[in-house]
Design a protein around this ligand. Structure first.
Ligand SMILES: [Zn+2]
Ligand SMILES: [Zn+2]
Length: 349
């Protein structure tokens, strides 16, 4: 089925309107009319082939919300009209131990990303959510129970939300725990909201004094200006967990010394250039750990959406027209957005 989309034909080309083809729904497939798609920094990296290996045409987008318009004969979880979401994954082997545990993001046979992954469908690689329609296996579709008017602001939960929710849950953010969130961007602003909603004492780290009030509004109990050594020193050895959302390479030692004994700092930003190697003594002295985390599996993504609906949590967004996506990318590079752009797919007309 022909579907309107926005994508790039090469790494050095701007995004443009194009027609793509979606498969007819198979027995386990859900066909979704997309209402909104969040704009993630990964979209920009991939569309410009900054991580290498981008397949063209490239239609990015993995923060998808919309309505079910058709289902295959064996679909049991969804019906026409349901409000649903699709995140970063549209398939996996569904049989390996990780998939069996609902940790499809760690599929041992390779998962299928929502865009830029191999697929039997034309044109041989997946095409994402900057499009009017998508067809996805029901296992990789999420139910959305937020009020209809919040739908656009729910879209970023599908990547930015789960990317921060999963490590916060895994390392036990909750009452009685002191949790740091480094960086206040698309990921970080969700990390602050979620850590606060989980009941943790939430401390936001930012390099910029101008973001202090914003961080407090998002739910931070305290804000630390990371450029100020005295400010940082006051928190030495006090954190149960630190979630680092910064996507540029930076000094990790400044945060390792803030962890308690046996505490972990988890990285979810993916810098183009590696971080400077941390001082090993900062790990040895206190049995501290540096860890990483990747989005979340489907069961946990559903748990996150349900948690956010119950707590009234959405992303802070700025809506754009499809035609303005290149401008949005330029602004995103300057961190000139509070805190996530969302494309109104209706503007593809
Ligand atoms: Zn993303
Ligand atoms: Zn698997």
């Amino acid at each position: 089925m022909t579907t309107k989309a926005f994508g790039a034909k090469a790494a050095d080309k701007k995004l443009e309107a194009m027609d793509i083809t979606r498969r007819a729904p198979g027995p386990h497939d859900v066909q979704i009319e997309i209402a909104y798609c969040g704009i993630c920094h990964s979209d920009l990296h991939q569309v410009r082939s900054e991580w290498g290996g981008t397949l063209y045409p490239c239609v990015p987008g993995h923060e998808i919300v919309g309505h079910v318009s058709a289902v295959g004969g064996h679909v049991t979880r969804y019906k026409v009209g349901d409000v649903v979401g699709v995140g970063c994954l549209v398939d996996s082997c569904q049989t390996c131990p990780s998939c069996d545990e609902g940790l499809e993001q760690f599929c041992e046979n390779g998962w299928t990303g929502t865009y830029n992954s191999a697929t039997p469908d034309a044109p041989g690689h997946t095409l994402g959510g900057y499009s009017q329609r998508i067809v996805v296996h029901e296992r990789f579709v999420l139910k959305i129970t937020h009020p209809q008017e919040q739908l656009a602001a729910v879209a970023p939960l599908l990547c930015a939300g789960i990317t921060t929710y999963s490590p916060l849950r895994h390392w036990g953010a909750g009452p009685g725990k002191k949790v740091g969130i480094v960086g206040i961007g698309g990921l970080g602003h969700m990390g602050i909201k979620l850590a606060h909603a989980m009941g943790a004492h939430t401390v936001a780290f930012t390099t910029s004094e101008t973001k202090r009030q914003d961080a407090l509004k998002l739910g931070a109990d305290e804000v630390v200006i990371s450029k100020n050594p005295d400010d940082m020193a006051q928190h030495a050895g006090s954190f149960d967990f630190i979630l680092d959302t910064v996507g540029a390479s930076h000094n990790l030692d400044a945060y390792l010394v803030l962890l308690k004994r046996d505490a972990t700092m988890c990285l979810v930003g993916a810098p183009e250039h590696p971080h400077p190697a941390p001082t090993v003594f900062n790990l040895i002295l206190g049995r501290k750990a540096i860890a990483g985390s990747l989005i979340g599996g489907l069961p946990e993504t559903q748990e996150m959406l349900d948690f956010c609906a119950a707590k009234g949590i959405t992303a802070d967004i700025e809506m754009i027209r499809a035609q303005d996506v290149d401008d949005a990318y330029e602004r995103m590079l300057k961190s000139d957005v509070k805190y996530r752009f969302v494309m109104d797919i209706a503007t593809m007309g």
